[in-house]
Design a binder for this molecule. Structure first.
Ligand SMILES: C[S@@+](CC[C@H](N)C(=O)[O-])C[C@H]1O[C@@H](n2cnc3c(N)ncnc32)[C@H](O)[C@@H]1O
Length: 252
């Protein structure tokens, strides 16, 4: 999408993110799952890295458990929201691109929630991310991805829907799907009586689970588990979401 950059999503959604998306997934079961991936004798020292940390929906409650949490996000507006909720700085935050700006450090668990991997808008960038993550995982460390399973039957072209309808306000969502490039470009368009129109753009390149598994293999990671969600609902052929855990081999 013309004019769209790494910080466009966060800058566009920061003011409404917690209101619109606070319940997009189950935070408690996410934290239970993430912490279960660190051996219990190391849990107090467990190091976690969240890619696209946003306003800290998951990272802040994870840090409340005593875990050491670092996050990276391309949007200063999102990070400002997070910092306002974390005045004592329990979570370490880096402003930068999740592919190019990763810290030179090792982690027990790296995770990317709520379709955020698809914000890297090419196969190549996602493929490269797996390699960058693999380099930063301790032996036996895990890379956790939560994302939707692409609907292979979705036709090419545009689609418009209604998100919010009120007497003085309507929020529409318009998007364009290109199955060839596996991209969806869209806008939330907000009309409020007496105010200027507000646009919130998004742009993703989605990947199938088969593609993700190949990227992981190329980076030396192997699929350890796949569920439908963070409550560990079994993954089925008709699941529309997945939580995949890729593991770096332990040193024997
Ligand atoms: C859908 S939000 C998810 C936020 C949070 N992880 C959650 O689950 O609520 C996606 C986040 O990824 C960030 N983001 C998008 N592209 C990015 C990139 N290339 N590098 C770092 N962060 C990025 C956005 O700014 C936004 O905060």
């Amino acid at each position: 999408m013309q004019g769209y950059g790494e910080s466009s999503y966060g800058d566009g959604f920061a003011d409404v993110y917690d209101d619109w998306y606070h319940d997009v997934s189950d935070v408690d079961s996410t934290i239970t799952l993430l912490t279960s991936l660190v051996p219990s004798d190391r849990l107090r020292d467990g190091r976690f890295l969240e890619l696209g940390i946003g306003t800290g929906r998951i990272a802040l409650p994870l840090a409340e458990t005593g875990a050491r949490v670092t996050g990276i996000d391309a949007s200063r507006a999102m990070i400002e929201r997070l910092r306002a909720k974390d005045p004592s700085g329990k979570v370490s935050v880096i402003v930068g691109d999740m592919l190019r700006g990763l810290p030179d450090a090792s982690f027990d668990v790296v995770f990317v929630a709520y379709n955020t991997l698809f914000a890297l808008r090419s196969y190549e960038r996602q493929h490269e991310l797996f390699a960058e993550v693999a380099k930063r995982l301790v032996p036996g460390g895990s890379f956790v991805i939560e994302a939707f399973v692409p609907d292979v039957g979705r036709p090419a072209g545009g689609n418009v829907g209604v998100r919010t309808m009120a007497a003085d306000r309507v929020v529409l969502m318009a998007d364009v799907h290109d199955p060839e490039s596996q991209t969806v470009d869209g806008q939330f368009i907000e009309f409020t009586d007496g105010a200027a129109v507000r646009l919130r753009p998004f742009s993703i390149r989605y990947s199938t689970t088969t593609e993700l598994d190949r990227m992981a293999t190329d980076a030396g990671l192997s699929l350890a588990d796949r569920w439908e969600d963070t409550r560990r609902t079994p993954f089925r052929h008709d699941s529309v979401t997945h939580v995949s855990v890729y593991r770096r081999a332990s040193v024997s």
